[in-house]
Design a protein around this ligand. Structure first.
Ligand code: GDP
Ligand code: MN
Length: 400
């Protein structure tokens, strides 16, 4: 589970990490009032759970109440990387002399947690990691010992962090490791950790992702999951008990079996398309489950076409076909075209049953994926009014 920035900051603040004063706002009026209480200038930050908001126009500074109103109107209600912005965090703007990075994650190759520091934090940390990995100092951690003070100091020193804040950064890293460990984190990150004129450090951003399978022992964090209003997809996935993984593309993918879905994703990519999601309906695939799966992809505004890949095994093809027909009756008109590939046990019977007025049916996976990619391409180029691509990232991007 990914926490919102404002939620992660609550957890961080409780652990004693230095976060700026901030308030959550759902309307422009609330944002303006928050700005008055906090004191200008403020940063207005879109609360959507994606990285790179800064570059996409989701973080704006405001020096005056008028500017704050303007920025609030621009960011609230906008779409950022395909997600609707229904809340912003209004935060005391930090004047910084340098942007650092601290993070904790699981190094799967090493089989150990790793704590990281860089003196080149900010919006380009991905490029730093890819191009000059040596600019990120790393310390592996033995969980039963935790991150030793000397390790934190060594990482900070290796990263070339300014002496004036070295101790504070080392403390921050140790606290962040503790937060990560205490909350069964998968990733914890402060980027940027801002260094200020008077040699203090401030956590300007906060990322905390936690292991879903450990949520049962963190009732506090579970409440965060329940209050993730604004993510219809997340709420639906929870309600329907699906693992819905959102990807970057526009070809919706549904299948019965995780391996089958992965293969379909690969094939979409191979045939020149980009998958929008991963969704496994699992075995059995009763009509209701099929309906719920379709409801999920149809509600994903990134999806332009859907390929439904069914392999009949114990679940017979004709049963699944009936499930698909029943499910589709509920959607009129169909939000996105659906291409079904049906193979395996009683596939021929299934293909006979499927209502071809509503779905296109293909016998091979290649043909089905090719068709879905074609349909998605045509719709992305032409017709849709509420396109999420191309127009969004520019908005307000380089205002300052
Ligand atoms: P992200 O792009 O989603 O990771 O969002 P961040 O919270 O990291 O913000 C991106 C960038 O916006 C930062 O690296 C800063 O350069 C800038 N920024 C964010 N908050 C502030 C702030 O309070 N003051 C100033 N001056 N810049 C900020
Ligand atoms: Mn950031």
């Amino acid at each position: 589970m990914k926490l919102h920035e404002y939620q992660a900051k609550e957890v961080f603040a409780e652990a004693g990490l230095p976060v700026p004063a901030s308030e959550l706002a759902a309307t422009v009026e609330e944002a303006v009032a928050a700005g008055e209480r906090i004191g200008l200038p403020v940063a207005v930050k879109a609360q959507v759970r994606v990285g790179g908001r800064g570059k996409a126009g989701g973080i704006e500074l405001a020096d005056t109440p008028e500017e704050l109103r303007e920025v609030g109107e621009c960011v609230l209600g906008s779409e950022l990387k395909g997600l609707h912005v229904d809340r912003v965090l209004v935060e005391d703007a930090v004047e910084f002399t340098n942007e650092l990075y601290v993070g904790v994650t699981m190094d799967r190759e090493a089989g150990e947690p790793v704590a990281m520091v860089s003196s080149e934090g900010g919006v380009n940390i991905e490029a730093v990691a890819a191009e000059t990995p040596e600019a990120i100092a790393r310390e592996h951690v033995i969980p039963s010992f935790g991150l030793h003070p000397y390790q934190a100091r060594r990482a900070v020193s290796e990263a070339g962090v300014d002496d004036a804040v070295a101790d504070d950064v080392a403390d921050t890293l140790r606290t962040l490791y503790r937060v990560w460990d205490d909350n069964d984190g998968s990733d914890a990150e402060i980027n940027p950790l801002m260094m200020t004129e008077d040699d203090a450090v401030v956590a300007a951003d906060a990322v905390l992702n936690v292991d879903d399978d450990a949520l049962f022992r963190h009732p506090g964090l579970r409440e965060y999951a329940e209050s993730t209003a604004g993510s219809d997809l997340g709420r639906k996935a929870e309600e329907y008990d699906f693992d819905y993984v959102r990807l970057e593309g526009n070809v919706g993918v549904v299948g019965n079996g995780a391996g089958l879905v992965m293969t379909t994703l690969d094939l979409v990519d191979h045939l020149g398309g980009e998958p929008a999601n991963f969704l496994d309906v699992g075995g059995g695939a009763k009509a209701e489950r099929v309906r719920n799966a379709l409801d999920m992809v149809f509600s994903d505004e990134n999806v332009d076409s859907v390929v439904f890949n069914v392999f009949g095994g114990i679940t017979r093809g004709d049963e699944v076909a009936r499930g698909i027909d029943t499910a589709l009756e509920e959607f009129d008109p169909l939000p996105d075209p659906v291409v079904v590939r049906l193979a395996g046990t009683r596939a021929a019977e299934g293909r006979e049953i499927l209502n071809t007025d509503r779905v296109e049916v293909e016998a091979t996976l290649e043909a089905a994926v090719e068709r879905a990619v074609e349909l998605a391409g045509a719709r992305a180029d032409g017709g849709r009014e509420s396109s999420t691509d191309a127009t969004t990232p520019e908005r307000g991007g380089d205002r300052r």
